[in-house]
Design a protein around this ligand. Structure first.
Ligand code: GLU
Length: 609
């Protein structure tokens, strides 16, 4: 039964796949098609997904999603010799890991299947025969030896390769008879001219030149092979037939396929089909403008995922920015956001892949997950737990964990540290003080000593001497420990530290800007504020040394909450013992006025302790 031509669309009936294809226009302002796009990712199972192919898949996926269209997966396995066992399954896993689920394709099916080319051979053969019937293709019975001799002869004469069309003029009867007798042959496309086409990225493309080259010896032609002598299609035939039969409207692929596109357009013409819109995305290069290879960054996706611990969201975001530009303020975009804002604003120039950007995005997405929680954050926690267990034994961890699970302990630490997160291993290494009760603290020196600047002659010139006695820091630290378990949280610690008044313990020094109210030039109020600032600075410095051996990381209130009351108190006591001898030094042995510590700042907590 013939299918009715739709009046409102320019459409072409294909007798074989009973399909039609329609041209589509681009919305000039947003650079996306007006109608739903049908796109496809068409990998050959000859290797694993790498950064470049992930980007190709992603752009096709995003174009389909942005236009409410469909994204197809098609396995181009016509070259069985190059197929790697297991690669197809790995492609599925990689795409699914990245969140690029296909609407039609292997495993999910669809109306235009099968979606594996090795299962569509009959379709390609019949289409090749259509072209033989309408004169756009012909059988070529030339033996490999003849072709080899021709190629060698041309090569030796310094001529470009080509076929002399010896078989192009065989009569239909002779051609049919020889084929029916089982004589080996290929089918060639008879091509006179490669048409120009309008690339979505590169604009008008192609040279529109006749393909026959008149040289001094003879005329030769490209006449590419469509069907091989084993009856299997070449990439070109299968690709074009499938894109048409699967109603693909837009083909986004790497520039390495650009030289083939004029031939594909010629094939569409020969079939009297409207070609899809083609957009070629530029090459990925490293900082030295070298094409990406395994040596630089174009490594298997599994390496980003398994070895480097990159999140799918990070890699997808990173791949999206490789050649595509947007108008959002931030480059940090989730897949859902990308689906909403994607356009075909793709650069023509080679795209430099920057590892720094990858890590920037990784930190940004870590922060996003830490804020929103959910499965991605759970996965971060699980990874970090695995990394902790690789480095620390249960005996080391148990005293810190007390009755908590490792997951419950890691969660808050990850939340507090997310802005610096790159990988689970690096996270564990950076926060090593959270996983052991044996801290290796450097010898304690007050924060003020780091203000000592060398004079031009190299001598030390003190601009500010120690102003807070260690005993005052011991007292403050002890006071912070009075908080009961029930109130042991970030808010309480933050409030307590900020409201602790240690200003009257600060000993004025001759050069100090924060000298006490006794300085005739400074008002008592200003002096107190300055003293409080000095005290807080010393207190934070001391607490960081006491609680995390001065390692940078989560803030002090967060650290206290994460470590828990028992371990915090233990560390503070240990720190006090380690600095006890400093209390004997002049100016450091006691609070200025030797007063009993004032616990009134703790409010109701003081009475409960
Ligand atoms: N099978 C080709 C590849 O492996 C597909 C090229 C195309 O998208 O047309 O990349």
């Amino acid at each position: 039964m013939k299918r009715a031509r739709l009046a409102h669309l320019p459409s072409w009936i294909c007798s074989r796949c009973r399909s039609f294809s329609s041209s589509s226009t681009l919305n000039a302002s947003s650079n996306i098609p007006n109608a739903p796009a049908r796109t496809r990712f068409a990998p050959s199972p000859t290797g694993y997904l790498h950064l470049g192919s992930l980007r190709t898949a992603l752009f096709n996926y995003l174009l389909a999603k942005r236009t409410n269209g469909q994204f197809l997966l098609r396995i181009e396995d016509t070259d069985q010799k190059r197929t790697i066992p297991g690669a197809e399954q790995q492609l599925y896993n990689d795409l699914q890991w990245a969140g690029l689920n296909w609407d039609e394709g292997p495993n999910v099916g669809g109306p235009y299947g099968p979606y594996r080319q090795s299962e569509r051979t009959a379709l390609y053969r019949s289409h090749a025969h259509d072209l033989i019937s309408n004169g756009h293709a012909y059988r070529c019975f030339c033996s490999p030896e003849r072709l080899d001799t021709l190629a060698r002869h041309r090569n030796e004469s310094g001529l470009p390769p080509g076929y002399d069309r010896q078989c192009a003029d065989l009569s239909a009867e002779e051609s049919d008879e020889r084929a029916a007798n089982g004589e080996a042959h290929v089918v060639r496309l008879k091509i006179e001219q490669y048409p120009m086409y309008n690339d979505l990225v590169y604009g008008k493309t192609g040279h529109n030149r006749p393909v026959n080259k008149l040289d001094l010896i003879d005329r030769v032609y490209d006449d590419p092979i469509l069907l091989k002598s084993d009856g299997h299609p070449t990439y070109h035939l299968a690709n074009v037939v499938d894109d048409h039969c699967m109603k693909i409207t837009h083909v986004i692929r790497g520039t390495e396929w650009m030289p083939s596109t004029p031939m594909h357009v010629a094939l569409y013409k020969a079939f009297k089909w409207t070609p899809p819109r083609f957009g070629h995305v530029p090459l990925l290069v490293d900082h030295d403008r070298q094409k990406l290879s395994k040596r630089n960054a174009d490594i298997d996706l599994s390496s980003f995922r398994d070895k480097q611990g990159i999140f799918p969201a990070t890699l997808v975001n990173f791949a999206a920015l490789l050649g595509w530009s947007h108008t959002r303020k931030s480059d940090v975009l989730s897949l859902e956001q990308l689906e909403q804002i994607f356009t075909l604003k793709i650069t023509k120039g080679n795209t430099v892949v920057s590892p720094e950007k990858l890590w920037f995005l990784q930190k940004a997405h870590a922060q996003r997950f830490a804020t929103t929680g959910g499965p991605q954050f759970d996965e971060m926690v699980a990874r970090a737990c695995r990394a902790v267990k690789e480095s620390y034994s249960a005996d080391q961890l148990n005293p810190i964990l007390q009755s908590r699970s490792l997951e419950a302990y890691i969660g808050p630490l990850l939340r507090a540290d997310a802005k610096s997160y790159t990988t689970a291993q690096e996270f564990v290494q950076r926060n090593s003080t959270f996983f052991t009760t044996t801290l290796k603290r450097p010898p304690y020196s007050p924060a003020s000593s780091s203000n000592e600047k060398p004079s031009p002659a190299g001598e030390q010139t003190q601009t500010q001497t120690h102003t807070v006695p260690i005993s005052a820091l011991h007292t403050a630290a002890a006071a912070l420990s009075f908080v009961p378990e029930s109130h042991w949280n970030v808010e309480t610690h933050r409030y307590n530290i900020s409201s602790y008044d240690g200003s009257d313990t600060v000993i004025p020094t001759s050069r100090s800007e924060h000298s006490s109210s006794s300085d005739p030039g400074v008002s008592p109020e200003k002096g107190k504020i300055a003293a409080d600032k000095t005290f807080k600075k010393e207190l934070y410095h001391y607490l960081r040394w006491a609680l995390s051996a001065s390692a940078p990381g989560p803030g002090i209130p967060e650290t206290m909450e994460i470590l828990g009351r028992v371990e915090t108190v233990r560390r503070l006591r240990e720190a006090k013992e380690l600095t006890a001898s400093m209390a004997g030094r002049p100016g450091q042995n006691q609070a200025k006025d030797g007063k009993e510590e004032d616990r009134s700042w703790m409010g109701s907590l003081a009475s409960r302790s």
